[in-house]
Design a binder for this molecule. Structure first.
Ligand SMILES: [Zn+2]
Length: 274
């Protein structure tokens, strides 16, 4: 399941290929967008992600909003390449240099750009963790909000109304770097711990975005071990590392299943007793 960082990287690729570019042809196969087929010329003036939704703003004042769920996929080819796939084509944009297509996604809709926030998914999600306006101050205010302060961190971190864009691997990694575990609640933490958690939520998400999903802090690993070459292939500190030693304390990482989702924990670093 793509999380916020993966969706934002996808939008970066869409922006590079399409925003402000002359679109030679466009085709839409999704019911909500069919009437756009009659437009002779469309320009995409902006592309952005909000959590797991992708928004393409058109020059006619409308926005195409798609949510990829599990199966939607954007592809980028040379215009002359014939794509080999069994997937259903939903959207196609051809420019001089690129053919950009969306396949399989079913959750696609068209809103006036000024009414994007009426979209049922966008309406219910909290601030996007990767949005520049979602600062650690914004995050700490939400952590200490009545609605969230008495709920387990493991639960609110996946709750898209709290902060959006965080999924399963980010949750485990954020808790590890915060030196907290999934059962703790913001109301049980002191100010320093809440502050650290709010900073880590932002930092780990940005790192995952910049490092293509890798959450490891290679600078700090380099400072500790003097050499990062042994760690280059590692993606995460705890996620999917059950039974392996923690890089910081050598304790064995364990897996906990909560609401049928996996959480990985270092019992020592995260002060967790099973
Ligand atoms: Zn540890």
């Amino acid at each position: 399941m793509p999380e916020g960082p993966e969706t934002k990287r996808m939008v970066d690729a869409i922006s590079k290929s399409l925003v402000g570019k002359k679109i030679i042809s466009h085709r839409f196969f999704h019911e909500e967008l069919l009437h756009l087929n009659s437009k002779s010329q469309l320009t995409i003036i902006d592309a952005l992600s909000k959590s797991k939704a992708i928004i393409l703003r058109l020059d006619n004042g409308y926005s195409i909003i798609s949510h990829n769920q599990l199966y939607g996929k954007w592809t980028f080819n040379l215009p002359k390449t014939v794509p080999k796939t069994n997937r259903q084509l939903r959207i196609e944009f051809i420019t001089e240099k690129k053919a950009v297509r969306l396949w399989s996604a079913t959750d696609i809709s068209l809103y006036k750009s000024e009414h994007e926030n009426l979209h049922p998914y966008l309406k219910k999600i909290g601030p996007d963790v990767l949005d520049i306006e979602t600062t650690s101050e914004v995050i700490i205010r939400r952590l200490q909000n009545k609605k969230y302060q008495n709920r387990a961190l493991g639960s609110i971190l996946l709750d898209q109304s709290f902060i959006s864009g965080i999924g399963n691997y980010l949750r485990s990694e954020i808790l590890f770097f915060s030196e907290l575990n999934h059962n703790q609640k913001s109301s049980m933490l002191n100010d320093k711990q809440n502050e650290k958690l709010s900073i880590v939520i932002k930092e780990v998400s940005i790192r995952a975005y910049k490092q293509k999903g890798k959450t490891i802090d290679f600078i700090s690993i380099g400072n500790t071990f003097g050499n990062i070459s042994n760690f280059k292939r590692m993606r995460h500190m705890v996620f999917s590392r059950e039974g392996k030693p923690c890089l910081l304390c050598s304790d064995t990482i364990i897996k906990v299943v909560q609401s049928s989702r996996r959480i990985y924990v270092c019992p020592t670093c995260q002060n967790y007793k099973n």
